[in-house]
Design a binder for this molecule. Sequence first.
Ligand code: HEM
Length: 368
Amino acid sequence: MSTTRAEATGHAKARRRDRLVYLRSHPLLFGLLAATRGRGVRRLGGTLLVHDADAYREALTRLPLDRAAAGTTGGAARAALRGAGDVLFDQEGAGHRADRRSLARRLGAEGIAELRPVWRPLLERGCAPLAGGGEVDVVALAREAAGTVAGALLGSEAEPVALAEAAARAAAASVRGHLPGPPRPGAAAAAVREAERLRTLLGGGDALSSMVAVAAVNTTVAAVPRAVAWCADAGLWGQAADAELRPRLAEELLRVTAASPVLPRVAAAAGSVGGCPVRGGDRLVLVARHAAGAHRRDPDARDPAGPGAARLVFGAGPHACPGARLAAVLLGDVLEELAPYRPVVTRARVDRRAALPGWRSLTVRAGA
Ligand code: HEM
């Protein structure tokens, strides 16, 4: 489907704003990834940068991965939550399958139908100021929704915003402890401390509960405001208001914003990715953002990239994100609530300390 000039201008504006979340938080990493994306897989010493969709899928589904290695998502979580149990990301085989089954019902269609009545009134209340000409901070709204959803999923009585903030601090401390470069004194201890605070807030549950809270909150708080900003800047409220197009728009916005843009992994054994030989112990930087075509194809519910591409922002294979459906339904509900006001962004501030690129605040008001 062809794009009009006004639509192209809107997307260019949306892209310009969205790029700031990368440039202001991790400029070197994202500069490097942008500079190297011309080749599907590129080796830099002991690290492979994987941009191509097939190679990305191959790395996550065919290559044996060391899921507990330092510097990977599983390794970082395990180090922070030491001794408290397994955290899915670091698991393999039957134990992993059993723990996923325990989450599957809560994150499947039935579980989401139970959770929706919990978040719908919250979204309605949160967006109400727009009707009177007021402003809404979409980050604050996403934080409250994410904390509420995580609490309901885990059966926790913790105050939702406190829970969301604790999950954000735990993730940020864990990422700081595992960034490449010179060692940061105290970073590992801070990661353990923040993980312990989160666990205490959750009533001292197992490590898996903390991990689910971290995974659910940080992605939602990063994704929802970025998606709303894109929708506003690109003038997509017409698609958001259309009940048929809305689910595809949510999927498209999750694709282009790729909330978890880079998956750090380590090869457990030799193999190959995208035709490039891999040695055991090699680091893999799997660029979900590029695999999903976020950098080159604008979101359009009338002509979507399709579930094959969109799904890649949620990983692939046995560890693929179990919260993907929940994220899409929640974003769809946020878009539905906002669409009648056709909001515009009035102020946006990048969160430089968050684990995932995103906004610290994103204020909208009703548009003309
Ligand atoms: C925009 C929202 C989200 C994005 C982009 C996202 C992305 C991801 C990615 C890339 C992975 C790693 C997959 C892999 O290694 O193949 C993952 C795993 C995971 N996600 Fe999400 N996620 C989102 C929302 C959620 C939500 C809302 C929840 C929970 C309610 C959740 C729970 C998890 C869990 C528990 C895992 C670990 C699965 C395993 O290792 O078996 N995620 N997610």
